[in-house]
Design a protein around this ligand. Structure first.
Ligand SMILES: *Cc1c(COP(=O)(O)O)cnc(C)c1O
Length: 414
C-alpha cells in the first residue's frame, strides 16, 4: 500500500495534461490510404465509407481526411450520420449516400440536405417520394439488389416490382433513380466463389432496370476487399470502408503494409497503478492469472466498457515497459492488468495496445486474433470515454469546428 502511494505521488503532475487513455488518429494515413484505394479503383470513383463514427476514428475528421485523399463520395449507414457530415460543412459538391433506412427516419431532412438514399423495397420508394414532396426537391435514389448477400436489397423475385414502382415514381419527378447497387458477401474470402455469381446477378439486375426505362448513372458493388482484389466488381464507384482506416480487409492473405495501407489508429493508455507482488498472487476477477514469480503488476485504465474485448482476457497483446506482453487475467469493465516482470515501470508510463507497428506495438489485427474477431470490431468499438486525438499533416479541424460537429451530431440524435 505504502509503496504504491509513493509511486503515485512521484508521477503526480508529471503527466498532468496527457489523457489517461487516448486513440491517436493519423489523418495523413487516412488521406494516403484513400489515395492508394483511388489508384486501385482505376477509372471508378471512390466513396469513403465513414459509418459508425468513421469506424471509431471520428466521422467528421475522417471524412475530411478522406476527401483530402481524393474521395469524391462519402458513405454512411444511417441518415443521422450523413446529416452530421453535411452539418460539419461538407457541401453538396461531395455526394453523400446513406443506405440503412427505417420507416421512422427523417427522410425529408435527408433529401433537404442532398443526401442520396437507398431503396431495396417498394415501401422505401414510397417513403422517398413522400420525403421529396415534403422537401420540395427530388430524392436521388439508389436501388439495391440482393445479388446473393442475403441481407438488404430486393431479391430477384422482388426486383421487377421494385423497378416498376421506381419508374412510376420517376414519372412524378419526385424521384430520380441515379444508382443501382449491391453488396458482396465474400470478397474477403480466398477464391471468393460467391462474388462471381453476384457480379453476374448484378449485371442481370442492371439490364432489367434499363429495360424498365431507368437510366442509372452509377453502378456500385465493391467494398474494401473488392476494391483492392477484384477489379471486375469496380463498375463506376467503389465503397471502401475498413481500408480507408488502414486495416487489411483480407488479413488471412495480406497485411496492411502488403496492401500499401497504414493503420490510422493508435490506442494507448497510461499505467494508473504499479506495484510489486509476490509469486502466486492471483490477478483480477476469478484469478484466471497467477504470478509465476515475484513480479511487477501494472494496471491499464481501459476495459470492456471502452471496447477492449473481454474475450482477450489472458491473450490481448500490448507494448508495455519496452516489450510485447499480454493481458494478465480477466479484462474488467474499466481496466486490465499487465505482468511487467522486473522491468522498471512507473505510474504514468505509456502502454500501447495497438497501432501501425512503428515501435513494435501490436496491431488491431493482433487483438482481433486474440479475441476471435475481426479488426473492424476492434477499432469500431473503442468507446466514447477514450478521447480521439488527431495528428497528421492533413489539417485537423479546430477545436471549435469539432465541437460544432459534436453539437450537430447531438441535434441529429446521435
Ligand atoms: C460497411 C459497408 C461498406 C464498406 O465495407 P468495408 O468492408 O469496410 O470496406 C461498403 N458497402 C456497404 C453497403 C457497407 O455497409
Amino acid at each position: 500500500m505504502g509503496s504504491s502511494y509513493e509511486v503515485s505521488n512521484r508521477a503526480d503532475g508529471a503527466h498532468e495534461d496527457a489523457p489517461l487513455a487516448q486513440a491517436r488518429i493519423d489523418l495523413a494515413a487516412i488521406s494516403a490510404n484513400v489515395a492508394r484505394l483511388r489508384e486501385a479503383a482505376g477509372s471508378a470513383e471512390t466513396m469513403a465509407v465513414v459509418k459508425a463514427d468513421g469506424y471509431g476514428h471520428g466521422i467528421v475528421p475522417s471524412a475530411r481526411a478522406a476527401l483530402a485523399g481524393g474521395a469524391t463520395w462519402l458513405g454512411a449507414a444511417r441518415i443521422h450520420e450523413a446529416l452530421t457530415l453535411r452539418a460539419s460543412g461538407i457541401t453538396n459538391r461531395i455526394r453523400i449516400m446513406a443506405w440503412l433506412l427505417a420507416p421512422g427516419d427523417d427522410w425529408a431532412a435527408a433529401v433537404a440536405a442532398d443526401i442520396e438514399l437507398s431503396a431495396g423495397a417498394i415501401w422505401a420508394v414510397e417513403a422517398a417520394e413522400k420525403a421529396a414532396r415534403a422537401a420540395g426537391r427530388p430524392c436521388l435514389l439508389h436501388l439495391k439488389a440482393d445479388t446473393g448477400m442475403g441481407r438488404g436489397g430486393a431479391t430477384s423475385a422482388e426486383w421487377p416490382a421494385l423497378l416498376e414502382a421506381a419508374a412510376r415514381a420517376e414519372a412524378t419527378r419526385h424521384i430520380r433513380v441515379v444508382g443501382i447497387w449491391s453488396h458482396l458477401a465474400d470478397a474477403d474470402a480466398p477464391g471468393h466463389p460467391v462474388a462471381d455469381t453476384q457480379v453476374e446477378n448484378f449485371r442481370a439486375a442492371v439490364a432489367m432496370a434499363r429495360k424498365a426505362g431507368l437510366r442509372p448513372e452509377v453502378l456500385h458493388l465493391a467494398n474494401s476487399a473488392a476494391t483492392l482484389k477484384l477489379p471486375r466488381t469496380h463498375f463506376d464507384l467503389v465503397r471502401p470502408g475498413i481500408a480507408v482506416f488502414g486495416l487489411s480487409p483480407v488479413p488471412e492473405t495480406a497485411d496492411a503494409a502488403a496492401l500499401g495501407l497504414r493503420p490510422a489508429m493508435t490506442l494507448s493508455a497510461r499505467l494508473i497503478s504499479v506495484k510489486r507482488v509476490p509469486a502466486g498472487q492471483g490477478v483480477s476477477y476469478g484469478h484466471r492469472y497467477r504470478t509465476p514469480r515475484r513480479t511487477t503488476l501494472g494496471v491499464v485504465p481501459l476495459g470492456y466498457a471502452d471496447g477492449i474485448p473481454r474475450h482477450a482476457s489472458d491473450t490481448g497483446p500490448v507494448l508495455a515497459a519496452g516489450e510485447r506482453r499480454t493481458v494478465a487475467g480477466t479484462v474488467c469493465m474499466d481496466q486490465f492488468v499487465v505482468d511487467l516482470g522486473d522491468a522498471p515501470a512507473e505510474v504514468g508510463d505509456e502502454v500501447v495496445l495497438f497501432g501501425p507497428g512503428d515501435h513494435g506495438e501490436p496491431g488491431a489485427e493482433d487483438w482481433a486474433r486474440a479475441a476471435g474477431t475481426i479488426g473492424y470490431e476492434i477499432v469500431t468499438r473503442v468507446g466514447d470515454r477514450v478521447p480521439r486525438v488527431y495528428t497528421g499533416s492533413c489539417a485537423p479541424p479546430s477545436r471549435r469546428s469539432r465541437s460544432r460537429a459534436r453539437s450537430a451530431a447531438r441535434s441529429t440524435g446521435r
